[in-house]
Design a protein around this ligand. Structure first.
Ligand code: SF4
Length: 505
């Protein structure tokens, strides 16, 4: 098995940095069909540029490289323990090289292992088969979309959809509800993998397994094929749009499977996957571990460039912000404005927010811009360099954000997916704005970083530390302003009304 280590490292690297052709194809269609010059089309343009940048530089498409989940099939007689060890070593090596972000955190102590290894990480599923070769499939599904997974126990009452019975109609309602509830927080446009039936735990596993299908396949069960097509059409009438900005592309894939269930249970498990749908696979020679074939790829088809023209185009109408910001500057902004930030930002996510609630800030945050971001950073000599730096889901900080804005004088928060009523009230009261960056555009934003100026709270690990960076032309959209307006609340309301029209009597 002299080639096994190299093959696995290549699989991880390619999965993290080079989107498969079926995902590229649907994202291309999404960008083509979106109404030009809308916020959603701007978001899609940045996403397309980001896909190109990741592939060109072999950098992570998104900074959240997720929970590495491997599904391995081996011929009878192959030593699975050896493959398990090789996968773990490849994961640690890919992390060291900055292809994966260190994402494995001890759930009791909060300590990050630093190499993506730990209890039950990476996730490994082994099966034997009659084939002569080894097959290894990998999916990297990030936390933002993982948090939007949802499970329904039918019958149940759904917001805007009424009662969902134990019928295919009840399944249809549940899946549409799942797409709606994700809004932009799972980095729409998304893909849903669905399992009808099974038990709670295995149902989620089977839902995720659906994400290993190709987006252009047709379900062999005609009833499910029909349902998949129906969901695709109806979900794209909702108007959630890219990043939840409102628009045509809400869902780019729907894959449904069914499993037997207990008479008493009827679960619908939905695995919500973001646009950064990173899954690939390889077939390996069982004797040498060499790659014999890539899955999800067509070797005869070169990797196509995604961005049209120059990608995201500046119009000259953007508002340039240079922190520290003043009350007057942020109150002049309104929902829909595109801003370009030139200057210093501080990153801060879950650990930083809980820390700031109880402890003094390690830096002066008056007028500052706080970026919800857990970057991929590599130390080269004594200098840090940014390998990926897109926004994380802001809603997790909702319990803390308002107080932190008031207490420290933060003037702008950058993240994705929007925030809730408590934060909106604080923005108005204290004079601050919420800026939505484009989720998953980790390479695009990494290129805006001119310099890493320092780091605080490193005890929380690389993604959770407070990084001090200087950026140039960092583009984001004002989606919550200091006048009580929230694009997220508006889109949720309007799309909820559309959802109601999709009820069938
Ligand atoms: S694209 Fe969004 S949801 Fe997907 S992994 Fe990245 S940040 Fe998370």
């Amino acid at each position: 098995m002299e080639f096994l280590a190299g093959s696995l490292l290549e699989l991880i690297t390619q999965t993290s940095t080079n989107l498969p052709p079926d995902v590229r194809a649907v994202m291309s269609i999404a960008a083509e069909t979106e109404t030009p010059d809308t916020q959603s089309s701007q978001a899609l343009n940045i996403i397309l540029s980001n896909i190109d940048m990741a592939q060109e530089d072999e950098g992570p498409i998104c900074q959240d490289t997720g929970m590495p989940t491997f599904v391995v099939h081996t011929p009878v007689g192959v030593n699975q323990l050896r493959i398990k060890k090789a996968i773990q070593e490849a994961v640690a090596e890919a992390t060291r090289l900055g292809k994966l972000r260190p994402n494995s955190v001890d759930s009791l102590t909060g300590v990050n292992s630093g190499n993506n290894l730990g209890t039950e990480t990476p996730v490994l599923h082994f099966e034997q088969w009659e084939d002569d070769e080894i097959e290894v499939k990998l999916i990297l599904k990030g936390g933002g979309c993982e948090n939007k997974n949802i499970q329904y126990s039918l019958p149940c009452e759904l917001d805007h959809m009424g009662r969902a019975d134990r019928t295919l109609e009840g399944v249809r309602k549940s899946i549409l509800h799942a797409v709606w509830q994700a809004q932009g927080q799972g980095c729409a446009p998304g893909v849903v993998g669905v399992c009808i039936g099974s038990d709670r735990a295995h149902g989620y596993e089977l839902a995720k397994e659906q994400l290993f299908r190709t987006l252009d396949d047709v379900n062999p069960d005609p009833r499910l094929a029909k349902l998949e097509a129906e969901i695709m059409e109806e979900a794209n009438k909702l108007g959630v749009g890219a990043m939840g900005f409102g628009g045509k592309a809400s869902l780019v894939g729907c894959k449904i499977g069914a499993a037997n269930r207990l008479p008493a249970s009827f679960f619908i498990s939905v695995a919500y996957e973001c646009w950064a749908y990173r899954r690939l696979g390889v077939r390996l020679d069982a004797a040498t571990g060499a790659i014999t074939k890539w899955l999800y790829r067509d070797p005869s088809r070169p990797v196509e460039r995604m961005a049209r023209g120059a990608g995201f185009k500046l119009t000259g109408r953007e508002v340039v912000l240079t922190p520290p910001l003043t009350d007057a500057q942020v109150r002049a902004l309104k929902v829909g404005d595109v801003v370009l930030i030139n200057g210093e930002l501080f990153t801060g996510r879950d650990e930083v927010h809980t820390y700031l609630m109880k402890n003094p800030a390690p830096v002066d945050l008056r007028g500052a811009v706080l970026y919800h971001c857990g970057p991929v950073m590599l130390k080269q000599g004594d200098r840090w360099s940014v390998k990926a730096a897109g926004p994380t889901t802001s809603m997790r900080e909702e319990p803390y954000q308002g107080e932190i804005i008031r207490k420290y004088g933060v003037r702008a928060v950058i993240g994705k997916g929007g925030m809730g009523k408590k934060t909106l009230a604080a923005l108005k009261e204290a004079g601050a704005v919420y800026l939505n960056a484009i989720g998953g555009a980790a390479q695009y934003y990494a290129r805006t970083v001119e310099k890493v100026l320092g780091v605080e709270l490193m005890q929380f690990g690389v993604p959770e530390a407070m990084w001090h960076i200087r950026v140039k032309n960092f583009a984001a959209i004002v989606t919550m302003d200091a006048h009580g307006n929230s694009l997220h609340a508006d889109v949720e309301k309007v799309t909820g009304e559309v959802l109601e029209t999709l009820q069938k009597v």
